[in-house]
Design a protein around this ligand. Sequence first.
Ligand code: DSN
Length: 432
Amino acid sequence: MNNLFTANLAEVDPVVAEATNNEVKRQANGLELIASENFVSEAVLQAMGSVFTNKYAEGYPKKRYYGGCEFADVVEQLAIDRAKEIFGAQHANVQPHSGAQANMAVFLASLQHGDKILGMNLSHGGHLTHGHPMNFSGINYEVSDYGVAWETEQIDYDELLRAAEESRPKMIICGASAYPRTIDFEKIAEIAKSVGAIVMADIAHIAGLVAVGLHLSPLPHCEFVTTTTHKTLRGPRGGLILCREEFAKDVNKAVFPGVQGGPLVHIIAAKAVAFGEALREGFKAYQQQILDNAQALAEELKNQGLRLVSGGTDNHLILVDVFQNGKGITGKVAEKALDEVDITVNKNTIPFDTNSPFVASGIRLGTPALTTRGMKEAEMRQIAQMIASIIREPESEEVKTKVKRDVAELTAKFSLYAHRLRGEQSESISAS
Ligand code: DSN
């Protein structure tokens, strides 16, 4: 037993160890362009893999249901204080296991079963938890939706006002998972006020940008702000709720015991580390580089003749219409062809899509992960050319061979977690 307890992963479980090593190689040797992914620092990885995973700590700092929580209290309080400082929030709950559970807790804290909600349509860039019929949000509440205008492919605030006046929701949900433009939280809050609704802003994708003032903050305008912690914010996989003090008690009760049991203390420790990183000098420059990279990628994709939904981007993500009303290829074909050359993207519906979500007319690209690796505008232009050549000729073995080689050459210049394969303890990832 002792041997097993102290042996390393490769000895105890070679299959999992091998899969883990293969995943390190996959991440290092490919171009990660999934807009919701990022690479955490070695310090965040270490906190996630710490002995805090052994600890039960139901409750909140200094008010726990279990003994032995004094160090769990240290990391949770640190995460709370840092989250409040980053976003200028009066209250933070750092326990949600995910963005979906953060959203679920806000619903529980502020709505009654069957209340009306108004959320952004998933196919226009919204999220499952914003009222999709297959999700708790669509099952337990009466949903209306809003979306983007046909001509601009940007949020139609007049239509949002009209929809709010018609449905008189108790809550408007804003924030998106595939929307490349700035969201006017102030205007949405004004609309909500005019119909007596509250607002939940889900900033999962743009949290890092909001943290450093490179996207408007919803905090002064919206009652509830939720986010994941692993996208632009570059922390561990998890959720976070921010609100004013007046809602603190209800939010805390909704998270625990409302929708969760024991918090993941190891993840909360890693959130504290990541939030500390976000407060350091360099994080704003990192976020600015994400934006600069997205601009460079978008411009070169357009130069290559590709159509971008809404014509471009204001944030970290780009939606490319690869289908072009049947003249091009589907998102599904594009995703697979790019995968074959080690460029990772996801197929994505575009507004008013005529293809199903499993096929989709678009692909979604984002720059947070490659920016963490240290890539800049020149690399983005090169990547845009690679993507365009694959989309133009997805069947060509000659093109695929060339692009795969180019990807290998590029990734070799920007090392990532290489020490993990060598079995070394730590080495920082390239950027920041
Ligand atoms: N799955 C996330 C994304 O990719 O945006 C949203 O939850």
